[in-house]
Design a protein around this ligand. Structure first.
Ligand code: DX5
Ligand code: ZN
Length: 215
């Protein structure tokens, strides 16, 4: 059974707290918290105050997904906000080993995100520093995009690389996850399904979380 991480980018932003609590009540395992800078991606979203406020109402761990340039600049504010897992995009950071170590030093799990255009081979020389892996099946920037099928192959490649290097971390998939893709992702070996639109867009949060949990 995979874990379900609810991406609050998919929420009605006037009701984020309420929708997260409904997801939590129905079995969600994590809150996926995108942070966008309008530069690495053209969109903008979510600052540390929202993480602080979500921590007050929910017991779920917060997994912040930095879709921005200069991720090292933003580390301290998300550490202070109580974020549990901090992931940055590998192609947005020239010195990832340094940053992975800094994230851990700040008391968070250190995650790497790989965009759909990039290979998992890029993990080879950094994997032993990584606690958390997000394979993206849409380009960073927006919810509700078309799912890139290449992610299935990448799950297999990531697993093979982890076996080869003897260092295993949970594999999350982010983008276009629903009941159909979710089932195939689990079969391919995904550990965590991150879903935004599927869970939040049709006002069926309870049903949709339960469906993903039961896959
Ligand atoms: C995209 C974000 C995702 C997004 C996924 O840049 O990283 O977390 O919320 O949205 P859906 O589930 O709608 O594809
Ligand atoms: Zn994300």
């Amino acid at each position: 059974m995979a874990k379900v991480s609810v991406s609050i980018l998919g929420c009605d932003q006037t009701r984020i707290g309420e929708q997260v609590l409904e997801a939590e009540k129905n079995g969600a395992d994590l809150i996926h918290f995108d942070v966008m800078d309008g530069v690495y991606v053209e969109n903008l979203c979510f600052g540390p105050q929202l993480a602080i406020d979500l921590k007050k109402i929910s017991k779920l761990p917060i997994s912040a997904h930095l879709e921005l340039l200069r991720p090292e600049t933003f580390l301290p504010m998300f550490a202070r906000a109580g974020v549990d897992i901090l992931t940055f995009q590998l192609d947005a950071c020239p010195n990832p080993i340094h940053l992975l170590k800094e994230i851990k030093k700040a008391g968070m799990k250190a995650g790497i995100g790989i965009g759909p255009a990039y290979s998992v081979e890029g993990l080879r020389y950094i994997l032993h520093h990584v606690d958390w892996l997000i394979l993206m099946s849409v380009e960073p920037g927006y919810g509700g995009q078309t799912f890139e099928e290449s992610v299935y192959e990448k799950i297999h490649q990531a697993k093979a690389l982890m076996d080869e290097l003897g260092h295993h971390v949970p594999i999350s998939i982010d983008g276009g996850v629903n009941d159909v893709t979710g089932k195939k992702l689990i079969e391919a070996g995904a550990d965590i399904l991150i879903a935004g639109s599927y869970i939040f867009k049709d006002n069926k949060v309870a049903e949709r979380v339960q469906t993903l949990k039961a896959l």
